[in-house]
Design a protein around this ligand. Structure first.
Ligand code: 3HC
Length: 309
């Protein structure tokens, strides 16, 4: 066992990938299943907020773009559930854990999409935050997760750009359209900062995840990177980010920003966000309504296996 642990430690030290057949500490496996499963849950639940606008998109082009984006999120969830299965996790058990509240999904998807501008702001801010968080994960120590991230990040870039382009168009529109965009930015800015997780000094998992090179940067480092990336984009767009303390700090070489309301993140994570109950109820009914498809697929696979045996 000592040799196996030494081999694992050397793999991590030398920045090589841990693969499904490699020995790994139980804690590493459990951490990877937890992070990958919750990432997958986030992708699947994340289909709902924007999915509500597919039938209401203002043009065929916008409808096609939004359809493609929501389909991408489903695909991201499937890649990630497959990556979790390489660690011995069972997909139906993971779905049960999500529906029964025994596993989490990203807090950001518990906020309502009140207007069409929300679709653009989710693309710009939420997918922008996801890119900040997910690009480093392309170098995560667990092979299947890192490889899934490479494709997911390419699609996230399309998601972020389509959202920003949508907002640029609306900002060239009527005063009412510009007000819609500013209202959406006001509602989504702080929840987007919360996506990166609690502050480092209140993050029970970061130290170990960094030591195992699962995470390559801490929550606060990635949050700062997102703020620094987004401020100039907001200037080009002509919107105001809702933080009176936001300003460039030449000594730090970063933007200072105001305090995040961590009690809100805690509340939303514990199930008391604006849309938690609805998001899980929709996921539950989709799973129950889809039972016949799963049963038919299993029956067909059995029949085919008997025929070819
Ligand atoms: N929402 C829900 N739960 C959160 C959270 C958030 N925004 N931030 C942290 N948490 C949870 C963690 O899961 C952990 O709980 P657990 O131990 O029961 O899992 C607890 O709060 C403490 O947080 P830590 O920082 O210690 O936990 P992690 O080290 O796991 O860091 C994370 C949290 C930064 C979200 C990390 O898990 C991560 O990078 N995950 C991969 C990326 C991801 O899941 N992104 C979610 C959004 S997916 C998305 O954006 C899709 C795109 O298409 C829009």
């Amino acid at each position: 066992m000592a040799d196996l642990q030494r081999h694992f430690d050397r793999t991590i030290e030398q920045d090589r990938r841990v693969e499904p057949r490699d020995w790994m500490p139980d804690g590493y496996r459990a951490t990877m299943v937890r992070q990958i499963a919750q990432h997958a849950h986030s992708e699947i639940i994340g289909m709902q907020p924007e999915g509500e606008w597919i039938t209401r998109a203002p043009t065929l082009r916008r409808k096609a773009i939004l359809l493609a984006k929501v389909q991408d999120e489903a695909g991201h969830g499937l890649y990630l559930y497959s990556a979790a299965e390489t660690l011995g996790a069972d997909r139906s058990e993971l779905t049960a854990m999500l529906i029964e509240g025994r596993q989490k999904y990203s807090s950001i998807f518990n906020y309502p999409t009140l207007g069409y501008a929300d679709v653009g702001v989710i693309g710009w801010l939420v997918d922008g935050a996801a890119i900040c968080n997910q690009v480093p994960l392309c170098r995560s120590s667990y092979g299947p997760y890192a490889r899934a991230m490479i494709r997911i990040c390419k699609e996230e870039s399309f998601h972020q750009r389509q959202g920003y382009e949508l907002l640029l168009t609306m900002m060239k529109g009527t005063p009412a359209q510009r007000d819609m965009v500013q209202d959406a930015v006001n509602r989504w800015w702080w929840p987007s900062l919360m996506m990166f997780g609690p502050p480092d000094d209140a993050s029970p998992n970061t130290a170990r995840s960094m030591a195992w090179k699962i995470k390559r940067h801490t929550n606060d480092e990635l949050r700062q990177r997102f703020v620094d990336m987004t401020v100039p984009q907001a200037e080009v767009l002509g919107v105001t980010l809702p933080d009176p303390e936001l300003r460039w700090n030449p000594e730090r070489g970063h933007h200072d920003f105001g305090p995040v309301d961590w009690s809100e993140l805690k509340r939303v994570i514990s199930g008391d966000g604006p849309c938690n109950a609805r998001r899980v109820a929709v996921r539950r009914s989709a799973h129950e309504d889809g039972a016949w498809v799963r049963e038919a697929a299993v029956a067909h696979a059995r029949k085919t296996a008997r025929r070819t045996a």
